[in-house]
Design a protein around this ligand. Sequence first.
Ligand SMILES: Nc1ncnc2c1ncn2[C@@H]1O[C@H](COP(=O)(O)OP(=O)(O)OP(=O)(O)O)[C@@H](O)[C@H]1O
Ligand SMILES: [Mg+2]
Length: 196
Amino acid sequence: MQIVPVASGKGGVGKTLVAANLAIALAQANRRVILADLDLGGSNLHLVLGLNVGGPSIGTFLGKKKIDFSEAVHETGIPNLRFIPGDAEIPGLANLTASQKNMIVRRLSGLDADYLILDLGAGTSQNTLDFFLMSGQGIIVTTPTPTATVNAYLFLKNAAFRLLQRSANRKSPGALTSTASFGNAVPSSVFTSLMS
Ligand SMILES: Nc1ncnc2c1ncn2[C@@H]1O[C@H](COP(=O)(O)OP(=O)(O)OP(=O)(O)O)[C@@H](O)[C@H]1O
Ligand SMILES: [Mg+2]
């Protein structure tokens, strides 16, 4: 399964539209696609898809009512395209704990599809960077304005530093250790010198 996270530094630059259209185009090309709304705390991808989310979501999965993650994967009415809602209506969802984030990463990685497209939130919070780093590939959306372009660059820079940090400190409680696609660990001395 190819995982394609869609990120940006600045908000409102078109991530959700890009993620939705990419997913629909791949589905129309006969690929089995799952589109996940990982803009937790600000989920609105369902609106772009024209869906009314009343069923289980990532928020439901993390909540008290225990459900299987597969229950949060919904048909969209578009052939080959399924959708996982984030659910902005559950308070605190934007501030996932490391274990909640790791659980979501594991469940998403275990899905059966050709493509998993991730619509991420804006900014460089640790959870957003870790969702972006689930894959060795990704898309950073920007617009031709100085603020959006600088923030896109800063997103990339923060993602690179986060990758180095995780590699240098694999034993830290928040570190994800399963993203093997990024190859060898970076020695901690390299990270220390880059940070200084
Ligand atoms: N290519 C485009 N041309 C014109 N308008 C666009 C384009 N892409 C997005 N928009 C508009 O820009 C606005 C923001 O788009 P969108 O919600 O996709 O951005 P976003 O980066 O996901 O925002 P957020 O950071 O809030 O999640 C919407 O009103 C959308 O219709
Ligand atoms: Mg969005």
